[in-house]
Design a protein around this ligand. Structure first.
Ligand code: DGP
Length: 114
């Protein structure tokens, strides 16, 4: 989608601090980090939110999960642990409507989340 900021980041039209890229995924540092490590993992293809995933996206959904793990390992977070957050819609505070998974690490996280 040409007016989607994350589509433009994934295609390189808007610069970002890239952490990982493959045929299907792009990962980059959040512009407003809330943890020492705060990376957004997105599919290159535009999907508005998790709620817009379809049965046909099953393989991509798996690639996203495995990609998150790959990025976490790349950042050396597997031993200390990390948190993955996906905001969906208004109550969750989703601000960018291109599905993205926050990969957070480098400090302890509380539960329940705010
Ligand atoms: P969410 O509330 O889950 O929709 O979070 C959106 C995140 O996207 C938020 O933490 C800030 C980040 N973000 C928004 N615009 C940009 C941008 O242009 N570049 C980068 N790197 N991150 C962005």
């Amino acid at each position: 989608m040409s007016d989607c900021i994350f589509c433009q980041i994934a295609s390189g039209k808007i610069p970002s601090k890239k952490v990982y890229e493959d045929e299907y995924l792009f990962a980059f540092r959040d512009i407003n980090p809330v943890a020492p490590e705060h990376v957004l993992v997105i599919p290159k293809r535009h999907i508005a939110s998790l709620d817009h995933l379809e049965e046909a996206d099953e393989a991509l959904a798996g690639k996203i999960l495995l990609g998150i793990k790959k990025v976490a390992n790349q950042l050396g977070l597997e031993e200390s642990g990390y948190r993955v957050v996906n905001n969906i819609g208004e109550n969750a505070g989703q601000a960018v409507f291109h599905i993205h998974f926050h990969l957070l690490g480098g400090r302890p996280f509380g539960w329940p989340p705010g």
